[in-house]
Design a protein around this ligand. Structure first.
Ligand code: GKE
Length: 338
């Protein structure tokens, strides 16, 4: 893989989980990197050469972000797991339409050569995902369009915007569809966390408090595939370096149920937990990635096993839960003392 010395790269959403890891990866490849976000990364310092706090819903901030940039990795979005995206449709659609539309046009005006847009498996129609034993989703199956949430509708429209910028303005665009990316330094509490992080947190809490019952939304028989962050950033890079402008899945094609996911995490923790199935937003019943096109285009697909990825993620989240429980203990001690 050629290293592009002297190429100026922008990563939007560089304060978030995937963006933060991508900045580190691109620095390792020898790029000059500008990171932009509403906030700095939460859990470790950025490796970016320059990090700017900007609000990419605003056109002037997009112009500022893209000045002097050759390649744009566009990750900024208002997003989260099912607990968040099923409850904030208006806010998500409003914010993400503004970010995606302004960023694409600002990149073109400022003369960027390449633009990679991060879409999602959430673009696929709900009617193809009604069975836990779902047929893996192929890129050409996004139409007739019927995404479940506003989050997916925005992704689909922005995919088309990229396509038209490619056709009409010859901007070299790339479009990737993520399938549930997880790993260390990702959101693990607060309401935006996805299932892998949420279950790591619940199981770590069970282990450290000795209360071995955890809540799972729904019957836990709903299915997904989960892709580890290191595979994700490598896939993003490979796609950017390719000449492929159509949407491409980026995920694992090993499907597991949420109950199986919980069992794998409990094995990482070395505890037995009892599952309590409770009401909660469940999203589609089944989802898996068809990686045929990914293999054709990149000659590669994600390689890190779910077990390895979960072991690394669980270890990091258990550390965070330990710190958080210790802080709660200190607060209670202090409150008792005064
Ligand atoms: N977040 C979460 N937290 N999910 C839980 C929990 C919990 O405590 N317990 C069970 N689940 C179940 C959810 O009900 C859902 O059926 C499944 O795990 C996966 O939830 P998720 O990880 O929050 O998100 P999804 O895979 O449904 O959707 C995500 O898909 C990605 C693309 O594949 C989206 O939230 C997007 O963030 C993303 O684009």
């Amino acid at each position: 893989m050629a290293v592009r010395q002297g190429t100026h790269v922008l990563v939007t959403g560089a304060g978030g989980f995937i963006g933060h890891h991508l900045v580190t990866f691109l620095k390792g490849q020898g790029y000059w990197v500008r990171g932009v976000d509403l906030k700095h990364p939460e859990y470790s310092r950025t490796d970016a050469d320059e990090f700017e706090i900007l609000d990419l819903r605003r056109w002037p901030d997009c112009l500022e972000a893209t000045r002097g940039i050759d390649e744009v990795y566009s990750l900024a979005a208002d997003m989260g797991g099912m607990g968040f995206i099923s409850q904030h449709h208006a806010e998500i659609l409003h914010n993400n339409v503004l970010i995606s539309t302004h960023m694409l046009e600002a990149s073109r005006r400022n003369g960027a050569n390449r633009y990679l847009y991060t879409s999602s498996a959430c673009v696929y129609p709900e009617y193809r995902q009604t069975d836990a034993n779902v047929v893996p989703l192929r890129e050409d199956e996004a139409y007739p369009a019927a995404p479940q949430d506003a989050y997916g509708w925005e992704k689909l429209v922005s995919e088309r915007l990229c396509l038209h910028y490619h056709e009409d303005y010859k901007l070299d665009t790339r479009v990737v569809r993520f399938h549930n990316i997880f790993g260390p330094l990702g959101t693990w509490d607060g309401g935006r966390e996805k299932a892998p992080a949420a279950l790591c947190r619940k199981i770590a809490t069970a282990k450290l408090t000795g209360q071995h019952e955890i809540d799972i939304w729904g019957d836990g028989e709903q299915t997904r595939s989960f892709c580890y962050i290191d595979d994700c950033v490598l896939g993003l890079y490979k796609l950017m370096r390719s000449d492929y402008a159509e949407p491409l899945n980026l995920g694992q094609d090993r499907m597991v149920s949420i109950n199986e996911l919980a069992n794998l995490i409990a094995a990482c923790a070395g505890v037995e937990v009892t599952r309590r199935h409770v009401a909660g937003p469940q999203g589609v019943r089944g989802r898996n990635s068809d990686n045929t096109r990914l293999l054709d285009v990149l000659g590669w697909q994600p390689e890190i096993s779910l077990e390895d990825g979960l072991a690394r993620t669980y270890a990091w989240i258990e550390g965070r839960v330990r710190e958080s429980l210790a802080a709660t203990d200190r607060r209670e001690l202090y409150a008792d003392a005064v």
